[in-house]
Design a protein around this ligand. Structure first.
Ligand code: DC
Length: 229
């Protein structure tokens, strides 16, 4: 039997991390955890509970006090074969992907008390191994000892185009320039924040998928996994 490992997939926003991570998990029978969905869920909660001031700053003390009431979980959607995100038992898979959430998530993800709470949950999810987790700090902070670490990157224009196509395909509103701006802003905040900034772990394998198709990425990732186990 193959040994079970932890696979950490980090990288910039909208570079297809979750697509490749989900496909790999399904193929090898691992649990998949989208940690971006967890930061997005906290953001949705904050928007719904009026925890952003009109100037965009966060009512931190109130959010901190309410953290124990924010329960995030994942349940397999039998139609898509992929896990959906639940916030306090409500399916929020679609609600957390809106531009409104995308444009509020970075400052939420920069709050140390939010990261602390979510990282603890993520580490608990990986205790049994057999997990593929994607995010920004998985190989550096959540699982520094993960057996396989991948760092994904792609050209910002290409990433914006992919996100645009994805929203359109779901029948959602999309404005390319606004998306590109959002991608660039998030890159900046994600790499410059004080707590657990996005950076490549020393032992991560880099994948620039700007000019790769999804099947090519999938095959590449499977190869990396096979090489480890
Ligand atoms: O992967 P995503 O675009 O859904 O992530 C949403 C935001 O959450 C992103 O701007 C950065 C943040 N994030 C993070 O700080 N740490 C993670 N492990 C995952 C996401």
């Amino acid at each position: 039997m193959k040994k079970k490992i932890i696979i950490a997939i980090d990288g910039y926003s909208s570079c297809g991390k979750s697509t490749m991570a989900k496909d790999l998990a399904r193929e090898i029978g691992y649990i998949y955890v989208d940690t971006g969905a967890m930061y997005r869920s906290v953001t949705l909660y904050a928007l719904q509970h009026d925890l952003f001031r009109p100037d965009g700053t966060i009512r931190e003390d109130e959010l901190k006090a309410q953290m124990p009431q924010i329960h995030i979980s994942f349940k397999l959607n039998s139609e898509t074969g992929r896990p959906d995100t639940y916030l306090n038992d409500k399916n929020v898979e679609k609600d957390i992907r809106t531009m409104e959430v995308s444009s509020h998530v970075s400052p939420i993800a920069a709050l140390p008390f939010v990261r602390q709470a979510l990282v603890a949950q993520q580490q608990a999810m990986g205790q049994e191994k057999g997990i593929v987790m994607d995010g920004r700090d998985i190989g550096t902070a959540v699982f520094p000892h993960a057996e396989l670490k991948i760092f994904v990157t792609a050209d910002p224009q290409i990433r914006a185009q992919r996100r645009y196509d994805e929203l359109k395909a779901k029948g959602m509103e999309a404005d390319f320039d606004a998306i590109l701006k959002n991608v660039q802003e998030r890159d900046y905040i994600d790499t410059h924040r004080e707590t657990a900034p996005l950076r490549q772990a020393d032992d991560a394998i880099v994948l620039d998928n700007s000019h790769m198709t999804i099947p090519e990425q999938k095959a590449w990732l499977l190869q990396q996994y096979e090489a480890k186990v």
